[in-house]
Write a protein that binds this ligand. Structure first.
Ligand code: PLP
Length: 407
């Protein structure tokens, strides 16, 4: 009798976004005349930058010609893209990351979800609360936790991010082996200073731990004091893996391209206490389980590093940050404290009441969809996430309606 992986049964039966979709669907079918505005799910709304579209067309032409056609590419990604990333995203910021330490993939979701496979089953996990749910759920699926009680899984050290620590958790007293960090944070929009990241790097060194640093929203950083990469911290090459994505940088959520940096100097230990390079393990994992990302998509990602591509992607992130400014100002007028939105496309609003109750209120009174904070972890209760990913017109209309509903 074939049996299932029962760790899946420990997961919350309904995924946050499925729950939201169910409530929104029920409301929409009961009120077909009301136009909803979605400031909930973190998907972009603006089209691809022109430089990327041109690169996609040119690559499609290459694929149509026998002389330039491409079959399987390197599993780790084409050298042209890895070299551009190494130069622009790292060398230009004073970080030494070699092209062959960069693994191109179809998304930071897959990579942040799959990376746990290269670590032992009984490692100690430290995961922020609130945070992008993929980190917890993939470790639950892999059997690294006990059951959930009261919204928390046994066996995870939760790094609480609250107003009292500015939504940036400090290093805990207890040791952990694998630490997930996400800055700019989803859902709070909080960013960490270089000094705060340095404390995490020191913690990882002390505990012989590994940090998984998800900076999918790096392109939204505007404050010059905020580090764009964990590798800006001295010694981070020896303790950290970094994840980035073209999804929110260049509108690639439907095009799919991201990358993961695994420095060759980063070690973890086997049961005999011998150091093993994680680069070799991840390379083995990737070459076994994926054939990489399509050539046209990698060409489109490479186009973000041209002069036109850089200015167009900057234009996109500036546009969403303009929405974020309007949202922050509207929340301030309503007397609701919020963080985020300055170096991130998310605004984390302290609504001072049950987050699902506030979600329902906005849905019913303003026909605006937000994301209830409780879906991101226990510390998310009392908050909602408002996303800046929408047209200016929709944001302005939604804010007008929220203002009227809460007055
Ligand atoms: N990491 C974080 C923190 C995210 O919020 C998201 C998407 O919302 C991702 C990763 C996934 O990115 P990708 O589209 O590259 O899979």
């Amino acid at each position: 009798m074939i049996r299932i992986n029962e760790n899946y049964a420990k997961l919350n039966a309904s995924y946050l976004f499925a729950d939201i979709a169910r409530r929104v669907g029920a409301y929409a079918s009961a009120h077909p005349d009301k136009a909803l505005i979605r400031l909930g799910i973190g998907d972009v709304t603006e089209p691809l930058p022109a430089a990327c579209v041109e690169a996609l067309h040119a690559a499609a032409d290459e694929m149509s010609n026998r002389a330039t056609f491409k079959g399987y590419g390197p599993e780790q990604g084409y050298a042209f893209l890895r070299e551009l990333i190494s130069r622009h995203d790292y060398a230009d910021r004073g970080c030494r990351i070699e092209p062959d330490e960069i693994f191109i993939s179809d998304g930071a979701k897959s990579d942040t979800g799959n990376i746990q496979e290269i670590f032992a089953a009984d490692i100690r996990l430290a995961i922020p609360d609130p945070v992008y749910p993929v980190y917890v759920d993939t470790n639950v699926m892999a059997g690294r936790t006990g059951p959930a009680a009261d919204g928390r899984f046994e066996g995870i050290l939760y790094l609480e991010s609250t107003a009292s620590n500015g939504y940036v958790p400090g290093v805990p007293d207890a040791p952990a082996d694998l630490v997930y960090l996400c800055f700019p944070n989803n859902p709070t929009g909080a960013v960490a200073t270089k000094a705060q990241l340095a404390e995490w790097v020191a913690y990882a060194k002390r505990n012989r731990a590994v940090i998984l640093f998800d900076s999918a929203y790096e392109a939204y950083i505007r404050d010059p004091a905020v580090a764009h990469s964990i590798y800006e911290v001295e010694g981070a090459r020896d303790v950290a893996i970094e994840f980035r994505s073209f999804s929110k940088t260049a509108g690639f959520t439907g095009t799919r391209c991201a990358y993961t940096v695994v420095p060759k100097t980063l070690m973890a230990w086997d049961s005999a206490g011998r150091p093993q390079a994680l680069h070799s393990l991840w390379n083995r994992r990737q070459t076994t389980k994926t054939n990489g990302v399509s050539y046209p998509v990698q060409r489109a990602a490479a186009a973000t590093y041209t002069e036109a591509g850089m200015s167009q992607t900057r234009g996109l992130t500036d546009f969403y940050l303009g929405n974020a400014r309007l949202i922050r100002a509207a929340m301030a007028r309503l007397g609701l404290a919020c963080v985020g939105g300055e170096n991130a496309p998310y605004i984390w609003v302290n609504v001072g009441r049950d987050s699902w109750e506030f979600f329902d209120l906005l849905l019913e009174k303003a026909q605006v969809v937000c994301t209830p904070g409780a879906g991101f972890g226990r510390c998310g209760e009392g908050h909602v996430r408002i996303s800046a990913f929408n047209s200016r017109e929709n944001v302005e209309t939604a804010l007008g309606r929220i203002g009227a509903a809460l007055r």
